[in-house]
Design a binder for this molecule. Structure first.
Ligand code: UTP
Length: 306
């Protein structure tokens, strides 16, 4: 085994058992993880990112009423046969792609008791010698991909757990969990800070930094012990950030990687629509027409408000 493969993540946990209330009424029958960005559901984009980071296993936390998420990774013999017979090979490739990416396993969370609870259920999916694992929130698209690989490098150097952060303007910090960080030590990489703690949605004047949390985590196995020790917080839910705070208090190293790129929040319509526009504009088939259509729609709206 090479050094690279030893330090890269093997299992990625994808918590997907939330209720998706911000996406009602669609989520009455369609899990939000299956809503397409152009034509590909968020869960496939996450599986692709996990596979690229070197993961072999995708441990998907699902709810009893969200079985379609795992069905999405199965094969579809009837559909595949028909597409093959009709020579629709591009569509055939698209149908097969998710199943070819990574080995998915389902772990059921009976009730939505919080992100921390969801992650704690995945301990059973890890091999005994797996000292760390990834968590990727399928609501959160982090672009360009590659941040998990960088986080694995940072763990290889500093040990412990590594989280992904974005730098945002000061007037936006109150929408996020904000990291309190130490000043960098001489020789530390420019994109890495050690974490002292976290503050949830602070007023800009009280924010300890401009570095905000995203849905990418590389966690040491120790987090399961911390998850067993914490008690439910806001809304009666077991919070993953409380377990990470406890690790920090116990002296466990936690670092952030400051990712310079962009992100989309697929968990609510206000973030999902721009994601579709962004991906749509970059699409070789739909992009050019979408650009013209958007200009026309914008002009219509401007003349309506004039
Ligand atoms: P969110 O709070 O963003 O998702 O949780 P939600 O609960 O589905 O959204 P709303 O607020 O009702 O619209 C972050 C991630 O954690 C998962 C969610 O599926 C989402 O991917 N999650 C959350 C679980 O898997 N289990 C839980 O108990 C809570």
């Amino acid at each position: 085994m090479t050094q690279q493969s030893r330090s890269s993540v093997r299992t990625v946990i994808v918590p997907a058992a939330g209720m998706g209330t911000r996406f009602l009424p669609a989520t009455k029958t369609v899990p939000k993880e299956l809503l397409p960005v152009v034509d590909t559901p968020g869960i496939e984009l996450i599986a692709e990112e996990a596979a690229q980071a070197g993961a072999e296993k995708l441990a998907v936390i699902t709810a009893p009423n969200k079985q379609e998420i795992m069905e999405y990774f199965q094969s579809f013999p009837g559909l595949e046969k028909t597409l093959e017979e009709r020579g629709r090979f591009e569509q055939l490739h698209k149908v097969r792609h998710a199943a070819e990416l990574i080995h998915p396993v389902a772990i059921e969370q009976d009730q939505p008791l919080g992100l921390g609870h969801a992650v704690s259920l995945a301990e059973q999916a890890l091999a005994e010698d797996e000292e760390f694992f990834g968590v990727m929130l399928p609501d959160d698209l982090v672009l360009p991909s590659g941040v998990m690989e960088r986080m694995s490098q940072v763990r290889a150097r500093y040990g412990g757990s590594v989280l992904c952060a974005f730098e945002v303007p000061e007037d936006e910090v109150s929408n996020y969990g904000v990291f309190d960080v130490y000043d960098p030590e001489p020789g530390d990489p420019e994109d890495v800070r050690r974490v002292k703690g976290m503050v949830e949605k602070p007023e800009p004047a009280e924010a300890p930094s401009n570095f905000v949390a995203t849905g990418r985590y590389l966690l040491d196995r120790e987090v399961f012990t911390a998850l067993r020790k914490i008690t439910p917080g806001k809304g009666g839910e077991l919070q993953l950030t409380d377990a990470i705070e406890l690790l920090i208090q116990e002296g466990h190293p936690v670092h952030i990687v400051i990712h310079r790129g962009k992100r989309h929040d697929l968990g609510n319509p206000g973030g999902y629509i721009p994601a579709c526009v962004d991906f749509g504009l970059s699409h070789p088939v739909y992009g050019p027409l979408l650009r013209r259509t958007l200009s026309r729609i914008l002009a219509e709206h401007e003349s309506d408000t004039a």
